[in-house]
Design a protein around this ligand. Structure first.
Ligand SMILES: NC(=O)c1ccc[n+]([C@@H]2O[C@H](COP(=O)([O-])OP(=O)(O)OC[C@H]3O[C@@H](n4cnc5c(N)ncnc54)[C@H](OP(=O)(O)O)[C@@H]3O)[C@@H](O)[C@H]2O)c1
Length: 423
């Protein structure tokens, strides 16, 4: 295709990083020519001088401009301007490069159909795990593999918070407040701490690994808000680490997708990935286990991924939007995401009352919960005794039934915290 004529909508963290590469000394500068830009505030100072580049108040107008071959969407959001502009670009037969995981996770199927109908492509390496080239690894490097599972730490904010809680013993709320002051967490952290952001990324990875289009609604989502220092301490005592694990795994002819706090074995490749880093582990046949670790966010790493997609497009390398090893044998996405056979960690708080422990063990036995370890911690006060236990491998539904019965028996002073164990 030669020099690509591009339009960039969104000149914030990622868009600014991309402008620096487009006007720098590296390979992108000789690959693209920036024909137009769009952002919300025209007068704002940007990473490079944009006064000679055509300005568009409306990103949809830029997306449709006859002067561009590729529309680069770096505004964000699953609806509104980002969606309208991407649709306009694809309808006009222009390729789209985006970092927008929310848009692809929620509207990927419709956008893929629109792209195919118009002979256009969507590239989105930056949408998952920032600078880690995991989309390319799955689509190209592992094209000959049968994927068994893709798991990862896909949200740097959550990983930073859990790491800080682990190292300092401080509560979720205290560490979150600090992270917001330091700029590691958004003023409204809901998308991150609820697991939704990691879920958007997992839905995309799962589509590539197991076929179909992203199915965000089928995901089981659980955030880190309920995790307390006692859980991190107990995990360490058990030789494990708590991570917000995003995982899509083949189970029969279905794929189970979940984002949930998980106790990882200490020698699991993700267990020692700390701070704001991201990691992805792929289990596949015949390659075995692969681990990729790196920066999941930030101007440089994310712009690196966007620029890689642009350079690929300049080579006229064309393939369907969600092509990958999964397409040959598509699995259906299971809803609910309950585990059929896993060990679990459970944290309970019970009143300091005679007979309580017997009630708990009787109820667990009744539901065939086989206990691997059981630790009663010193009372926090007369009304609250923490109990931490791990189970033998079992169906999650049976454990949920047992915990529901314990709640009905009035032996729990708060909702239990439940996490799977993973080796
Ligand atoms: N930040 C990261 O490290 C990272 C990593 C991976 C993926 N991503 C994804 O990359 C995308 C951009 O993220 P970001 O962190 O760069 O965001 P950001 O810093 O908030 O920048 C957003 C940019 O979009 C512009 N914008 C917002 N709404 C607009 C509208 N309606 N019309 C025109 N321009 C509009 C803003 O204009 P003004 O500058 O005038 O306000 C700003 O330049 C998101 O999809 C995000 O999920 C980000």
């Amino acid at each position: 295709m030669g020099v690509l004529r591009i339009g960039i909508a969104g000149l914030g963290t990622v868009g600014g990083g991309l402008l620096k590469l487009a006007y720098g000394q590296g390979p992108l500068a000789s690959t693209v020519k920036v024909m137009g830009v769009s952002a919300r505030t025209r007068g704002r100072t940007r990473e490079v001088d944009i006064s000679t580049i055509a300005w568009f108040d409306d990103p949809v107008a830029l997306a449709k401009s006859p002067d561009i071959d590729v529309f680069v969407e770096l505004m964000g959001g699953s609806e509104g301007s980002a969606k309208a502009a991407v649709e306009a670009a694809l309808s006009a037969g222009k390729h789209v490069v985006t970092a927008n995981k929310a848009l692809l996770a929620e509207h990927g199927a419709a956008l893929a159909a629109l792209a195919a109908a118009n002979g256009a492509e969507i590239r989105y390496e930056a949408a998952v795990a920032g600078g880690i080239p995991v989309i390319k690894a799955l689509r190209e490097g592992l094209a000959a593999n049968h994927i068994l599972a893709v798991s990862g730490v896909l949200n740097g904010t959550c990983n930073y918070i859990l790491t800080e809680m682990d190292h300092t013993g401080r509560s979720f709320g205290e560490v979150l407040a600090d992270a917001q002051r330091l700029g590691y967490a958004e003023a409204d952290p809901t998308l991150d701490v609820s697991g939704a952001d990691a879920g958007h990324k997992l839905a995309i990875l799962s589509a590539i690994a197991f076929g179909g289009a992203p199915n965000f609604k089928a995901l089981r989502l659980e955030g880190i808000q309920a995790i307390e220092p006692i859980d991190l301490e107990s995990a360490k005592f058990l030789g494990r680490r708590v991570k917000l694990l995003a995982k899509a795994a083949r189970v029969g002819d279905q794929v189970i997708q979940s984002v949930r706090p998980t106790l990882l074995a200490q020698d699991h490749p993700i267990a020692r990935v700390n701070g704001p880093l991201n990691a992805v582990v792929i289990d596949a046949d015949p390659v075995g286990r692969l681990s990729l670790v790196g920066a999941g966010a930030g101007a440089g790493p994310t712009a690196s991924a966007v620029a890689g997609d642009l350079i690929d497009l300049s080579h006229e390398d064309s393939r369907p939007v969600f092509s990958g090893p999964g397409q040959a044998n598509q699995l259906t996405a299971a809803t609910g995401g309950l585990l059929a056979n896993s060990k679990f960690y459970v944290r309970l708080r019970v009143p300091d009352r005679a007979g309580t422990i017997a009630k708990i063990t009787d109820t667990l036995a009744k539901h065939l919960v086989s206990i691997e370890s059981f630790l009663q911690k010193p009372p926090e006060d007369a009304a609250r005794v923490p109990i931490v236990l791990t189970t033998q491998p079992m169906a999650e539904q049976d454990l949920l039934d047992a915990l529901a019965e314990l709640s009905r028996l009035d032996v729990l002073v708060e909702a239990p915290v439940l996490m799977p164990l993973e080796d």
